[in-house]
Write a protein that binds this ligand. Structure first.
Ligand SMILES: Cc1cc2nc3c(=O)[nH]c(=O)nc-3n(C[C@H](O)[C@H](O)[C@H](O)COP(=O)(O)O)c2cc1C
Length: 195
């Protein structure tokens, strides 16, 4: 069975609006085995000097058996990548950035010599909600350009996103309307995927 890697960056858990989009998406997705990585509880730190030197030493010696590479191997082996994360500080939450630091390993996610991607997935899907009036494509929206750049680097050819925005600056009714529309869009996207 094909595998979908779900990087769940919905830090606020059950009350997260972004998590609603993820639930809608997965309720309509068939034919995939889901591996969920809960970023909130994942014990990872940003790459500091010590960790970077350890990792460089291992990759230079071709020693990829260390658990340090588990997240990268899991990501590189997935058939589909789904990222759900709220929009923070005009981009992605730091925990998600830290996750990508652990995924982006030479020899696993990309080839260190050719700089070509080595990830199996053909598609990344990004689900998000934004508090301010910042639509897709706005110059203040720096999460999507970053994720698209990563896709290209990792060799993931297709990128889709579903978003709802302005949720902190509108009425509760309008917020619910926008979230419902985004849930519908997320379901339709999941249904459209060929297994
Ligand atoms: C730490 C933090 C930073 C945020 N930064 C932004 C931001 O830069 N731009 C924005 O539009 N909304 C920002 N927001 C608002 C969230 O994007 C918005 O409330 C979103 O719907 C929260 O998603 P969640 O319910 O999945 O946690 C921020 C919220 C938090 C908690």
């Amino acid at each position: 069975m094909k595998k979908v890697l779900f990087a769940d960056g919905c830090i606020r858990g059950d009350i997260s609006r972004t998590a609603r989009l993820a639930r809608a998406f997965f309720s309509a997705l068939g034919g995939y085995e889901t591996e969920r990585v809960d970023l909130e509880s994942l014990p990872i730190l940003p790459l500091g000097r010590e960790l970077l030197e350890k990792r460089n030493g291992l990759t230079e010696r071709g020693e990829y058996g260390d658990p340090l590479f588990d997240l990268a191997k899991q990501f590189a082996a997935a058939d589909l990548i789904v990222i759900a994360a709220p929009f923070w500080d005009m981009g992605i939450p730091a925990k998600l950035k830290t996750y990508f630091e652990h995924v982006s390993v030479s020899g696993v996610a990309f080839d260190g010599e050719t700089c070509k991607g080595k990830c199996r997935a053909e598609r990344m899907i990004y689900l998000t909600t934004r508090g301010l009036d910042i639509p897709d494509g706005d110059e203040q929206e720096q999460a999507t350009p970053y994720l698209k750049a990563l896709c290209r680097f990792f060799g993931i050819g297709a990128f889709d996103s579903v978003s709802a925005f302005g949720l902190d600056v509108i009425s509760e009714e309008e917020c619910e309307r926008r979230l419902s529309l985004a849930e519908k869009e997320a379901k339709e996207l999941a249904e459209s995927l060929e297994v």
